[in-house]
Design a binder for this molecule. Structure first.
Ligand code: CP
Length: 315
């Protein structure tokens, strides 16, 4: 895999994805084998939006590879509060670190920031745009539970603002997958995303629905997402769709025994706690997969020859 930055899943070929997932599987099987692989390597964390999983799993990943992290901290305690631009912030922090992870509320911010830095930059979520490292751990989890070819997946919830959905849907067009998108009318996939998916997939594997019942029995995987209150410009619009599409034991009566349920988390009320102890639930396993997958991503980005040159030669 030769990429300077990871901004969107659209930049990755099937071969790239398989390289990342295979490397993650090797690391998962024997993490101690890479415990000293990136000593003296510092990862810069720039989170302009809240995060638990992405931030902590990147930190864990870097430390488990022998490196360390420096964290910009909250926006409130940084010079962003004084009006510093994102371009200036990333240019300064790249001078302290060997790679950057950026989460920002503005769609397109990671692309813009990557134009100002030479160290590898990973987009950890840009508004309603993309979240490609989440997609890699999602694909890893799907591959482990259901396989990535001859797969039927339902992707449900906030498809309009859901960056995990946009990234995952693009990545899945590299595989033999039927994708069913389930949402209220007001939270359908953006038309430009549907257009792109049709371009990539030929349209054969893409269907949109308002009702889970229409497709539940045919699904191998159900990927549930939170309705993201914080992305709605209007609270009344949020209230119209809040609480729709909740999954409980009754919902699953029509599901196949082997259905795998995933969620990028955090959840609010989309999946009832009673599902957690069933064989369907894969969302905590999915979150835990963030560590080996992000270890693999960092290893591949930091082992690139140019990245090694920037750090003084060690690969
Ligand atoms: N899935 C995910 O991105 O979670 P966080 O917002 O906690 O990082």
């Amino acid at each position: 895999m030769r990429h300077d930055h990871l901004i969107t899943s659209k930049q990755l070929t099937r071969e790239d994805i398989e390289t990342i997932l295979d490397r993650a599987a090797e690391i998962d099987a024997d993490p101690s084998a890479v415990a000293d692989r990136h000593t003296n390597t510092l990862l810069g964390l720039l989170f302009f939006e809240p995060s638990t999983r992405t931030k902590m799993s990147f930190e864990t990943a870097m430390k488990r590879l022998g490196g360390d992290v420096v964290d910009m901290g909250s926006v409130e305690s940084s010079s962003v509060k004084k009006g510093e631009t994102l371009a200036d912030t990333v240019r300064v922090i790249e001078g302290y670190t060997d790679a950057l992870v950026l989460r920002h509320p503005k769609q397109g911010s990671a692309t813009m920031a990557s134009e100002f830095v030479d160290v590898p930059l990973v987009n950890a979520g840009d508004g309603a745009g993309h979240h490609p490292s989440q997609t890699m751990l999602d694909l890893y989890t799907i591959r482990e539970n259901a396989g990535l070819d001859d797969l039927t997946i339902g992707i449900m919830g906030d498809l309009k603002y859901g960056r995990t959905v946009h990234s995952l849907a693009h990545a899945l067009t590299n595989f033999d997958v039927q994708q069913h998108f389930i949402s209220p009318e007001s939270l359908r996939l953006p038309r430009e995303v549907v257009y792109d998916l049709h371009q990539e997939d030929g349209g054969a594997g893409i269907r949109e629905h308002e009702s889970l019942e229409e497709v539940l029995a045919s699904l191998d995987v159900l990927y549930v997402t939170r309705i993201q209150r914080e992305r709605f410009p209007d609270e009344q619009e949020y209230q119209k769709v809040a609480g729709e599409y909740q999954i409980g034991s009754e919902t699953l009566e029509a599901a196949g025994d082997d259905l795998t349920i995933m969620h990028p988390l955090p959840r609010v009320d989309e999946i009832a706690p009673e599902i957690d102890e069933t064989d369907h639930a894969a969302y905590f396993e999915q979150a835990h997969n963030g560590v080996p997958v992000r270890m693999a991503l960092l290893d591949l980005l930091l082992s690139d020859d140019e990245a090694a040159d920037r750090r003084g030669g060690e690969a």
